[in-house]
Design a protein around this ligand. Structure first.
Ligand code: GUN
Length: 282
């Protein structure tokens, strides 16, 4: 039976230490500020943004959510980003994805000044991550790696398999694991014989977006399984991993809910506080 990697508990510990850092900044006269730009009414995005607002409130971070209608023009979106860039009180800017299809996501993200890019999606931050340089790291992969390290799971020389190649999770996750000296394979929808790859994994990261896609026969005995999926099935949340059978075989596993999702928010808060600290330090 696998040991549970408890995202709720780990995120709470991170929040406890962030509270102290937010306090220390307040004593220097700096109130940490995060601006979130939400375009349209996608229900999942609304939930995520609500969770971000609640986390800011718990930590004493000033949050400002700009809700823009689904038919917002590229010009209006860009103007909102430029305004937040220029605002001294804003330390972090996040554009909630996905954007409606008529908007140019890459262009919008490239306008956020890299120092305020708390999602780590700007070309400068992704490029620096690729080179192994100091940068803002995307929240979900950063949180997933934190869980593995916190549990003391060895990564160096291990076989890590990431299923999913998104810019938000799969690609940065693979780069982070490479940085930790794992041997990394990235699989995706066109991979031939996926199970042959996943069965070799000491560390298996599932970021596919399909409920219970990773079944027990695809998992190596004793593997550490990180489930990044958040799917809704019959009104209930479930991950990309078939949790019960896989947890019989794995040595470590993250639950959904209460796993990586909680860490994503904690890491967003960490990136935001770090952006404010860097600005203060100059
Ligand atoms: N949509 C799904 N995940 C994310 C995320 O981590 N950041 C943003 N901005 N949008 C998302």
């Amino acid at each position: 039976m696998a040991t549970l990697l408890d995202g709720k508990m780990m995120a709470q510990e991170i929040e406890d230490s962030l509270k102290l850092r937010v306090e220390a900044l307040k004593e220097k006269g700096v109130e940490v500020g995060l601006t979130v730009i939400l375009v349209g009414e996608d229900p999942a995005s609304q939930t995520y943004v609500g969770n971000k607002e609640k986390a800011c409130a718990r930590l004493g971070i000033r949050s400002n959510t700009l809700r823009m209608p689904a038919d917002t023009t590229q010009e209006k979106l860009e103007a909102a980003i430029m305004e937040a860039n220029a605002d001294e009180k804003v330390h972090g800017i996040l554009v909630q994805l996905p954007l409606p299809r008529h908007l140019d996501e890459a262009k919008a993200l490239s306008l956020i000044i890299p120092e305020k890019d708390v999602d780590g999606f700007h070309d400068v931050n992704t490029g620096r991550l690729c080179r192994g340089q100091d940068c803002v790291v995307a929240c979900t992969p950063k949180g997933a790696l934190y869980m593995l390290k916190q549990a003391g799971i060895p990564l160096e020389g291990k076989e890590a398999v990431v299923v999913g190649r998104s810019n938000i999770v799969g690609k940065p996750m693979a780069l982070l694991l490479l940085q930790e000296n794992a041997t990394v394979t990235v699989c995706h929808s066109r991979t031939k014989d996926l199970a042959e790859h996943t069965r070799r994994a000491d560390i298996l990261v599932a970021a596919i977006g399909k409920p219970r896609f990773i079944t027990a026969d695809m998992v190596k005995e004793g593997a550490a399984v990180v489930d990044v999926g958040i799917n809704r099935v019959d009104g209930k949340l479930c991950g990309d991993v078939d949790f019960e059978p896989v947890s019989q075989k794995a040595s470590y596993i993250t639950p959904v809910p209460g796993g990586v999702g909680k860490m994503t928010i904690a890491m967003l808060m960490d990136n935001t506080v770090a952006a404010a600290e860097k600005k203060v330090q100059g």
